[in-house]
Ligand binder design. Sequence first.
Ligand code: ATP
Ligand code: MG
Length: 396
Amino acid sequence: LPEVFTQALPVLNEINKNGFEAYFVGGCVRDLILGRHIHDVDIATSAYPEEIKNIFKKTIDTGIQHGTVTVLNNGESYEITTFRTESGYQDYRRPDHVTFVQNLSEDLKRRDFTINALAMDVEGNVIDHFDGLNDLNQQIIKAVGKAENRFHEDALRMMRAVRFMSQLEFKLDPLTRQAIDDNHELLAKISVERIRDEFVKMGIGPGSREAFQVFLDSGLSEEVPGFAGKKEALAIFPKLNFAPSTEANLWALMIILLKIPNDQIAHFMRMWKNSNALERQVANTVEFFDLISAQDPNNYDLFKVDLATIASAIDLAHILGQPINGQALIDRYEALPIKENHDLVINGSFLLKNGIPAGPQVGEILDKIIEKIVEGELVNDQKAISQYLANHLNNE
Ligand code: ATP
Ligand code: MG
């Protein structure tokens, strides 16, 4: 058993000792059986939140109204959720109320897919009420119960289906797939942030091209920001030889496929509720990609970006099948005599001391000096720069 599980065993044992049931549930059991990396374990219990808080010394009320308490044990934290069902789904979004229930099988019933509806006790016995083990074996994503009903309860599950397709490289069960085709419009009811998180996981998973095809064919893509009516442009994605592997490059690729002009990138990224930092990173990557697609960049172009942007743009060129010698660009960047403004041995006040009058020309001359240095026409040395300035002033 991987360490994430063995470390959690004392917590489950402690709950058991107090007369309650406790199980590992959901994604961690699925990933254990698949032999995938497990980042954390989720625990489900018959104990009420108040009872969990009585058993353990250190707890945090993470989502007490949903039945979740975080227990701190041995330097680790565990989310422990009381068995519950959900009711009163309105607007095709998450439930209004949760109801605590006394048995595990009621709790498993509310979960999205059979492969996510598995539980495991401290002895390692797997509880599988919906044939999830068989679906894991067959590599099938199948809704628990009637797919249509489950997507009516929470339309995000349709995005989760294509997300798991991509992450696990699984197929969709035909009835689950049919229900997505029939109900894709309901995705419009879901908040952008929740859609985005699933979209990104779908877009960078190992099976992203197969999943993206379903995302397009089912009509789901029509319901997300900026994608409506763009099926044809996006149809390139499933045909790519390589798929993006980072969040930034997924967005950069979308922007390129959708032919979003530079001055609309910020708007597009904001529609998806992406952070300003990610937006900057993506815009820089797209801009540099456009540059290297059109021409061989000069050293000053390389100086103005950073290594991460260069590497992302090279990745994009690779994804889009453009013939670019990436290593040569990286080598040239590495060989630049200065890589940042602060690598320069002088600054604006040095220029003033050397007779340049205050004003906008200070910045312009600094830029000119940087350009000369990165192009190898001037040495990054105070004497050499003084000399250059003297000539410059004489020539005026
Ligand atoms: P990951 O490895 O990405 O965390 P996961 O399966 O753990 O995958 P989570 O989003 O963390 O996914 O959800 C944990 C579990 O909660 C799922 O395995 C599933 O049983 C249940 N679950 C999560 N979201 C939903 C949902 N929208 N509808 C029904 N069940 C859900
Ligand atoms: Mg999880």
